[in-house]
Design a protein around this ligand. Structure first.
Ligand SMILES: [Fe+2]
Ligand SMILES: [Fe+2]
Length: 271
């Protein structure tokens, strides 16, 4: 279960917000967060397919929260006197809206927002320097955002488990997609890997990526679709192909409405 406590210990590593190179790195991380929050607002689109009244309530609430997060991050940019840049292609790919509910709850909420939470509470909360005048207010906003992101991750985990009870075959593409997400996500850090050796924060990157991989792996096991032992290459490739095929289908699929078909039952009337 996700918490606001840091999962990875950066020790006393801090960014230097007076150093232009460090400001560029922090600006890059914050720009990805801002883009993610902007697309997070589109979860309102999920109302159309929300599988239950509870899901509809969740998406109304989440859209409101993501809109607030967008404004929190805009305030964070102003507090640090930075200007956002457009989102990285990896972030654009990972945050693209999914019309297929079983993939949405796994990829966007459980895994995607779980990784977002790792960045907010591990990298930003720990590594922004407290001696900068704006950082106290920045961290307050980050804590508020993280508390709500935890709810989004828990929702994704709960719905993913439910989807597996309804369609047990999903465990194969789910597992393949988890492998693919773990493969693609570190690409966003590639520009910083060359200059990471002597940097107090960036030198932690390989271990931090390893930590996130292990956390996501365990999360997949807790949700019930990641095996105890990592399968051999052939089985992994088959599952990744199944996951990729389902993802492509989900991007092409037409969204089917739900509540107009289920509202009588959902409201507690028998028919
Ligand atoms: Fe958010
Ligand atoms: Fe979120």
């Amino acid at each position: 279960m996700a918490t606001t406590e840091p999962g990875y210990d950066f020790g006393d590593a801090r960014f230097d917000l007076n150093d232009p190179s460090d400001r560029e790195i922090v600006g890059f991380v914050l720009s990805q967060a801002l883009f993610g929050e902007a697309t997070g607002v589109y979860c309102g689109k999920s109302l159309y397919q929300a599988r239950s009244l509870e899901a509809a309530r969740f998406y109304v609430r989440q859209a409101h929260q993501e809109l607030n997060h967008l404004e929190h991050f805009a305030a964070i940019f102003r507090l640090l006197e930075m200007t956002p840049e457009p989102g990285h292609w990896v972030i654009r790919l990972l945050s693209s809206h999914n019309n297929y509910y079983p993939l949405k709850v796994l990829m966007e909420h459980a895994i995607g927002e779980g990784m977002v939470l790792d960045i907010f509470k591990d990298v930003l909360q720990q590594c922004l320097p407290d001696d900068h005048p704006g950082v106290n207010k920045v961290k307050k906003r980050l804590r508020a955002i993280s508390r709500e992101e935890i709810e989004h991750v828990e929702w994704g985990e709960k719905e993913t488990k439910y989807m597996l009870t309804q369609k047990p075959w999903l465990k194969y593409p789910y597992y393949g997609l988890l492998e693919l997400q773990l493969m693609v996500a570190p690409l966003v850090l590639r520009p910083y890997q060359n200059r990471s050796k002597d940097h107090p924060v960036l030198s932690h990157l390989p271990k931090f990526v390893e930590h996130v991989n292990q956390r996501v792996w365990k999360q997949g096991q807790d949700m019930g679709f990641v095996p105890e032992q990592r399968p051999g290459l052939f089985k992994r490739v088959v599952c990744m192909a199944a996951g990729a095929a389902l993802f492509v289908r989900s991007q092409l699929a037409r969204a089917d409405s739900t509540l107009d078909k289920t509202y009588i039952r959902e409201l507690g009337f028998q028919r």
